[in-house]
Design a protein around this ligand. Sequence first.
Ligand code: HAM
Length: 427
Amino acid sequence: MAKFQPLQAPKGVSEYYPVRSAIFEFVRESLIGSAKSSGYQLMELPVFEDTELFKRGVGESTDVVSKEMYTFEDRGGRSITLRPEGTAGVMRSVIEHNLDRGQLPVKVWYSGAFFRAERPQAGRYRQFYQVGIEAIGVNDPEIDVEVIAVAARAFAGLGLKNYTLEITSLGDLESRERYTKELRTFIATLNLDEETARRAEINPLRLFDDKRDEIKSAMAKAPVLLEYLNESSLKHFERVQELLTVLAIPFTVNKRMVRGLDYYTGTAFEFVHHGLGAQSGIGGGGRYDGLMSQLGGAELSGIGFGIGVDRCVLACEAEGIALPSSFGIDLFIVPMSPAAKGASLELAERLRSLGLIVDIAYGDRSLKGGMKAADKSGAKYSLVLGDDELSTGTAALKNMKTGDQLSVTIASLHDVVRQEITNASHS
Ligand code: HAM
């Protein structure tokens, strides 16, 4: 009987372990690869920051800040928060290290865990993973479209099809001010409870993402921001649409899109997957004109996105997307004698140094046990190595998917396995 009770992960966190972790890795690496191809460079930031950063950056009227932050006091009595999103931290770092005084735009990518104390459900976790990018210091429609294209290329690279891109413009600060005035007048006609009125006072746009039916139906009659854009905001937004069309990135304009964070201005977008149920947003982002200066930096604009890696994993699974052949174990060796155990290790090391991914059945196993291990590992090929194989220098290479066997010389094993993998990926 076990002495101790086993422990469980905290409620609502996402975890990935073999073999499903391979698809998580595939998704994350594809997203990062797309950002790198467009010249974005790594920014590795702390997962906890001064609480003030998110209050000022993300906004106190948002659910994320007012209800969902993991905030605690550290041993020095400082208020610390586990990062609920990545943009505010990137801005803090750019300002702190004077990157805004160098070459513009500053283009960075990041990847890691984020934390929001939300009610857990399928696709909504308290610890989740994002890959994000930010392009800071240039306010051109061209860079807006570059950012959107990084996401679109990443999704296409994963093989996803069942999703759409929605875009809108939240206008520049001037358009926003004009609109907010109208919106406040409209909101004043509603009969709101004290808490809701307080939220609306801080940011009236927040009422658009209120989940209650009565608020939703009242807000359906509210004026729409897209209709209040000044000339330059409208021109910018039209150019974004033109360029998306040039790049053959399909989109729809969603006039009523509201992003859950307060810093957005101008171009905003969301990628929505249609096979995920309620948590359908696989990625989203937009431009943020006032954020840098609000955090004590220069008056620079920026744009970026965060893509939910967990939701992309679910989307790949929903669309039955198979892992590419570059993922997973190529060859699993099953040694059948003490001499073969040493020889297998030597052979595996040689093949690994040539770039194959190789594993071995460790311990003393029967042929059946060894093959079961090969099967469980998800390897593409297996090879049984006994005293006979060692003395003849030939062995049977088994294709684990088809069951076909091929007699190969051990000396040619690397070339044969490579060739077989290439043939299989083309068939
Ligand atoms: P966001 O829309 O809050 O934006 O999050 C981006 C993505 O993260 C969402 O589309 C979703 O896929 C994923 N996500 C968010 N919350 C959860 C959760 N609880 N569980 C699982 N996945 C989740 C931002 O975070 C902005 N910082 C994006 C950005 C960058 N805007 C400009 N630059």
